[in-house]
Design a protein around this ligand. Structure first.
Ligand SMILES: [Ca+2]
Length: 476
């Protein structure tokens, strides 16, 4: 298939060369979930990128390919398109990239980044590790690290300082629960903490506190085991289950969707929720103010607590980027394609990508001072969030900026790795066993005294086979 494709591409290139004069612009095809011809803002950004590159002497016509929106629809449509031999020069993946990398159609970006003008300096530390492990996807964003927030006025009403230990967290949840902060006349009907789907958000600050240092940990015999079956994990889950038993953590977290979680927060049915990123923390602030017009509510970021096992944000998976930008190894215009990527990591590219447009998302006064307008609240980066870019006027609230600073100060690389395809079923089955037992521990359906039963089921479902493989990887 690839051979036929190469021949076809060459034919197109020759026809192109005959038909177009020597100084012609280069046509680059780009496919992304978030860049569509039907979205005027997307097209405005593409035009701004083309204009900026032209001013630098690079004349490119970026043609975006429209695929269905929604992650799974996009992944499926992209896979079908690529396998049919239709491979754009620049491709955004949100899954399905490994198969394409194995087919050899994704460019190894290592040498490009090495000689880049801007990308190299824009990388976050975890990007550097991920590119070393899997050099096909570039996704310059801070790592996801959910952090807890609560209404500042509620914290003040309770007369408490932000919690700095796991005990103080429990005391805070208890105080929220016992008071009638939502003012509905009934004490005890506000949860300390809610969440949705699983306990990943909580793990973000409690893993290290309980000594869950990474995906793989050494047991007493010095053997690598999955952290899921360690005493540290058990202690952490006992803490979660204890919170739930006291009515402090939401036992409905499994069935909560993200909007139910948020709604409980805005309506005062829960005091603390986790925001998945600094930007999301600001969205929560905005929605909270909308839900309480006339009140001036701000959110307080709660600190990463220390616990019996330590302190820090959960280790960051650096096996590979799970999403990001790729360049087709079959592209006839790799130089130009990478030039676009490199530009988006530059100050000028970031100014466009992060701030939108003068007169719409921001204004500039005679002194050059930038003021953001209301429209900035719905603007989002289509490409990158460069580590070395700073806005002329803060884009984040002080609370969200503090969340970003916490992320910057707490990076620890995890020791997880990409599983070979033949382990996919084990990984899924073991994870399912884990999630189901966690839910039962937390709702009280199962007791932590059944821990050994969980471990046996986990190992039988695939955990044992996974650990054997992990030892070959981590000991080597
Ligand atoms: Ca109440």
């Amino acid at each position: 298939m690839l051979r036929r494709l190469l021949l076809a591409t060459t034919a197109v290139a020759i026809i192109g060369a005959l038909a177009v004069p020597a100084m012609a612009q280069t046509t680059l095809r780009l496919v992304s979930k978030d860049l569509l011809t039907t979205n005027p803002d997307d097209m405005k950004e593409i035009e701004a990128i083309e204009a900026a590159l032209k001013a630098k002497g690079l004349d490119v016509d970026i043609q975006t390919v429209d695929l269905p929106g929604g992650t799974s629809a996009y992944v499926e449509a992209l896979g079908i398109m690529l396998l049919s031999g239709d491979i754009p020069d620049i491709i955004y993946f949100q899954g399905g990239d490994q198969k394409m990398a194995e087919q050899g159609i994704l460019e190894d970006l290592t040498p490009w980044i090495e000689k880049s003008e801007h990308v190299k300096a824009a990388l976050w530390p975890h990007n550097v590790d991920r590119m070393a492990n899997y050099p096909y996807l570039l996704y310059i964003y801070p790592p996801r690290a959910p952090q807890p927030v609560m209404r500042k006025d509620w914290l003040d009403k309770l007369g408490l300082q932000p919690p700095t230990t796991v005990e103080e967290y429990e005391a805070l949840f208890q105080a929220i629960h016992d008071a009638d902060l939502d003012g509905d006349g009934t004490a005890g009907n506000t949860l300390g903490l809610t969440g949705f789907g699983n306990t990943n958000e909580l793990d973000s600050i409690f893993n290290q506190a309980f000594g869950v240092t990474g995906t793989w940990m050494k047991n007493a015999e010095g053997q690598w085991v999955n952290a899921r079956v360690t005493d540290a994990e058990k202690a952490k889950l006992a803490f979660y289950a204890g919170l739930a038993a006291k009515g402090l953590y939401d036992k409905e977290y499994v069935t909560n969707t993200f909007d139910v979680k948020e709604d409980k927060f805005y309506t005062g049915k829960a005091g603390v929720i986790f925001g998945s990123s600094p930007e999301v923390v600001d969205i929560y602030s905005g929605k909270m103010r909308q839900a309480h017009p006339g009140e001036d509510i701000t959110l307080a970021l709660l600190p990463v607590p220390s616990g019996p096992g330590g302190k820090g944000l959960a280790a960051v998976d650096v096996a590979k980027e799970s999403r990001g930008w790729a360049i087709s190894s079959l592209s006839q215009h790799k130089e130009e394609a990478f030039a676009v990527i490199d530009f988006m990591a530059s100050k000028e590219g970031q100014d466009i990508d992060r701030m939108g447009f003068e007169g719409t998302q921001y204004t500039v006064d005679a002194s050059g001072k930038v003021t953001f307008t209301e429209a900035i609240s719905t603007w989002y980066a289509r490409f990158f969030n460069a580590a070395n870019w700073a806005p002329p006027t803060p884009l984040l609230s002080p609370t969200a900026q503090a969340a970003l600073d916490t992320i910057k100060a707490n990076f620890v690389a995890d020791n997880s790795f990409v599983w070979p395809a033949e382990y996919a079923a084990d990984v899924d089955a073991a994870e399912q066993v884990y999630r189901s037992w966690v839910a039962r521990f937390i709702t009280g359906e199962a007791s932590l005294e059944q821990w050994d039963q969980f471990v046996s089921e986990y190992n039988a479902a695939g955990g044992a086979r996974m650990a054997e493989y992990a030892r070959t990887r981590l000991n080597g």
